[in-house]
Design a protein around this ligand. Sequence first.
Ligand code: C5P
Ligand code: MG
Length: 261
Amino acid sequence: MARGPNPLILLGLASVSFIAFATIVRKREQSAPASLRFQDPPPPEDKPQHTSAVFDHTKVTVLFVLGGPGAGKGTQCANLVSDFGFCHLSAGDLLRAEQHREGSQFGELIQTCIKEGTIVPMEVTVKLLENAMRAALQEGRTREGWAEGRGRFLIDGFPRKMDQAMKFDDDVCQASMVLFFSTTEEVMLERLLERGKTSGREDDNVESIKKRFTTYKETTMPVIKHYEALGKVAEIDSSPSVEEVHLKAKAVVEKILADKK
Ligand code: C5P
Ligand code: MG
């Protein structure tokens, strides 16, 4: 009689594949510095005295911007940039730029994660954000909120996973608040499919969108809950029109910036 494969052999094969995969991922992570042009730490006077973070959260305001894919984060960030002079950094955009950067050793890894709607290993994303923040602070911006080593950032689509949140708050800059744009999956799906007609994005298709929704529910919602428990979440219903959502978001940010003064 025909018998199925021996379960012990199957288990063995699965373990070997897992160990090989984990080793590849770890090697890539360990080699992150060269490819992402890791820079020297900032001079001591730039470093906050009370934490080990790179940027001082009393001078540098970071607002995380979260919400499901298609919730309108990017659109609303653009409005808030013109209202308040924020520097808008989209984690997804930075990853796509790194994916296409010639010589990047993370191109393939990023492409796979984006297509599958999974989260890129956090070291890559956190380092891209840190480098972009440093560049913006060194630019000598002149708008309100940027004098004497101060700065204001909207970090869009980040942190999508608890490890990203912890690493960023501890090592880069403690975030002041999370702007949480919430709406239904139906609204998000409709917006993403509409955007997909012209975005050229590899993940604006029904198959990838479903995976992104799953990652959002399973991996990103716990991050929002974490900040909620700290009293750091401002939820904004993003179902209405762009302008209506903008007015609400503007009022929320006005208050956050006033409280911080
Ligand atoms: O925010 P956006 O939809 O542009 O992100 C696209 C993809 O980039 C995500 O689905 C995910 O694969 C990756 N990403 C990530 N970590 C983040 C932001 C985006 O891994 N914090
Ligand atoms: Mg976006």
